[in-house]
Design a protein around this ligand. Sequence first.
Ligand SMILES: CSCCC(=O)C(=O)COP(=O)(O)O
Ligand SMILES: [Zn+2]
Length: 910
Amino acid sequence: MTETQLHQPANLIPELCQSFYRLGWVTGTGGGICIRQGDKVYIAPSGVQKERIKPEHIFVLPYPQSSPSPHTDRVFLRRPPLNLKESACTPLFWNSFDLRNAGSCIHTHSQHAVMATLLWKGPVFTISHQMIKGVRIGGTGAALSYLDTLVIPIIENTPFEEDLRDSMAEAMTKYPDAAGVLVRRHGVYVWGTDWEKAKTQTECLDYLFEIGVKMQLAGLPTVLNPIETTAHLTRLNECFETTMAHQRDDSFHDGYELLSKGTMISPNQQRAEEIILDTGQDVFVLAPTGMGKLPAIMAKTGVTLVISPLCEVENLRRKGVNVVAWTAETDKDERQEIEQDLKSRWPRIRLLYSAWIRSIAREILDNRLHPNIRRDVQKPQPESIGPLYLRVRYPVNLESNARMQDIFDYITLLYQRRNRASSGIVYCRAKVTCDALASFLRGKGLNAKPYHRGISAGILRQTLRSWSAGGLGEPGGVDLVVATVAFGLGIDKADVRYIIHYDLPASFEGYYQETGRAGRDGQVTRALVLIGASLTDCPIQAIKVYPLLLEDAARVRELVSTSNPNRLQDGFDGPSPTQRATSSLDELIQYAENVTTCRHITICQYFGEIVDSNDPEVVEAYCNDMCDACKYPQKTQARAKVLTPHSAIIQREPPKTAQSIPEKKVPIISGQNRQPSVLDDNKRGYPGDSDNALRGHKKAKISVARPLTQETMPFQSEKRLSKPFKPPTKMPKGREPEIVEDEPSVDDVVTTTREVPDGYSESLANSSTSPGNPEPSQVRLQIDALSQQQRAESSGDTTVPLELPGFQVQLENPTSSKVQLTPRMAAFTKLWRGLSSLDLDKSIESAHCKKLRNNAYTASPESASLMPYLCLVLQKDIIIKQTEWLKQSTTWLKDIWAQIQGWMKILLKT
Ligand SMILES: CSCCC(=O)C(=O)COP(=O)(O)O
Ligand SMILES: [Zn+2]
């Protein structure tokens, strides 16, 4: 045979097929090679013994011709006379010609390729620091360098080879640098400018698949390049930049740009980012508060749906991230714009914030996207979460000046101990308290400013700016904001050293979120709640029989229980949002009252974790003397005596009135980890209390004598902490400990005035005073025992079906312009609890699930206490058809997803 004849494709193909057969690349069931020479394409027959193909069996087709679809007639220049059919790969080979101008394409059923697709579960196979020099960029361009990272897309298999055409074309478009496309559980297509280059690259890739598989199985990392310097990503980015140039807004940055601007990436973020990039799969991240959204925008494309009670839009926008929020306040036009963008091929939006997303989420969940869920729970990295010293203070003197002085003393002591001013937040329930306290503290020389919705936006911005830059005590600066709950959404200041709650917060979630704003830099931080105060407008009779704490709680309960009476059930069986809110509040009261259980543990228990608080080792693991209950048990218990019903009785006769009040039922929470609470005692109602006395009046001033058994603690310093800690992660040993100061003394007289709280809807203020609505005291009296279900929820009983609140009632209710923080948080917690309980659900028990649960939960108790912050990452550009997803998924994955969908549907009331 002459040289020319040897290189005649019809002669080459049989010869090559023989050697490919010996390599195990092709068999009678498939695999092969095609060669294009100018305007002719040579293709082998289908379903024959590949090592026995002869030149006369080769088909010749003219090129170009519209992609030869299996369902349309193909044009042939030559058809072998036998009853043969051209390779089923023809339309796939055609992709390489049309999209890469290839001269040849090889398809193998190599087991190395198949194994690679099984071990790399996402849409790409990646490897670096191997012999990838034999692979060309895009299969036909320049050779890759040793320093590059090789990326080969993986598409899902279909029953018929021809049906792979479109997904292969899609992958080739999406990964323009790739020299081949892997087909899961099937093999690989590799192309080159001619058959030699196609063959060399197939050999090179096969080698890389083989070694990659071996490395994976040996537990060795296959990509060593730092993610941000990975060359293929740079090129991918360039490619996407080109593709999306007309759609993208250059004023926005992605994760890499932020990194290049010096944004730090924490270990937890890195982990999430690796999963997103390595697997390329849709990812669900349940992350602790403050982890940061950077991982979500590390992938060059894709939309992240952030389910969070916090909306950090402004903050992220300032950083240049294209982020939008979908809230009750998003108007119709904005919604349309968001929807349009999300439905476009390359959405510009990267982060979509919402606590409840109705139509979008429904569409995503029902029609568009069915993410695989990979459970990869990591212990939070100690260095990413700072130690938080928690304490509850039981002030005896509730007079407002005394309390303000108390706070001043606390802060100045803190400054003295640190030898410098520090950043902090004092949360107050009412705007007027913020104003008064800020001015009090300012008058005493502290850089304090008020922050609430009664202040103009311009001044608030200025305060926020100064506070964000402050913390050093500089003249004219702001070290401390005295704020309502309006402050904090979106703040991201690393060095907040203390959070003080001047009033009892309205919910556990609120308390947790607010304290979570401190110590993001990992340094020791303090959180203090002052409880027992705010006897504003307090019914004297309530004080008589209830402890001071309960009185404060009663006021908050009244607020939360009446915060939006219109939101009551509409087709929902579960407890009303108001019930949920009061339940959360009760848990918070429990937190304050329970002076024998570690506070960190109480928090973890609230969020669903089962913790044996009697086991000293467990307690040490959770707290390590970083709360008052653990560090100073006797003192704390002594201080809390004031909270006991008997000690709190105020030695004063109630005013006599003719009208009597019906006996009060007090809610009982039977939480599984719960200690007995004063609230549990049903007998302790308001027996004999008078209506007038209970009703109270705005601006009423009440003087109350000091309870006889109250104890006043001396204002003294304490030893330095040896092992500071913040939940859920222990402070790493060896870190510089800080001093935790003791309480100042308090006085014994109360004179307070009722204030309208900020952070609650106007309807709240109206509802308690307008005709037809019950008076606050009556509302308080109407509190009923909690339903069975609510108790089950409170106890974390995951066998009880989880109900989600009816957000849509809020969203659709024209009278409700805003969804309040409290129900938002309650709903959010519900979803969070549900998701957290996934692995505990017996109905999805399987070996795999069990293993994951054991690894993730038993070995890592912290994982169950991941904070109420959900980040649902839905990478929109990776859309897996439902049928395919179901086929690939194991049963437990399907069940998990079904559950999430179920909750989301309830959440959205679809
Ligand atoms: C799902 S079709 C199976 C055939 C196959 O995998 C293939 O590679 C096509 O082989 P052919 O014999 O038609 O070249
Ligand atoms: Zn095949």
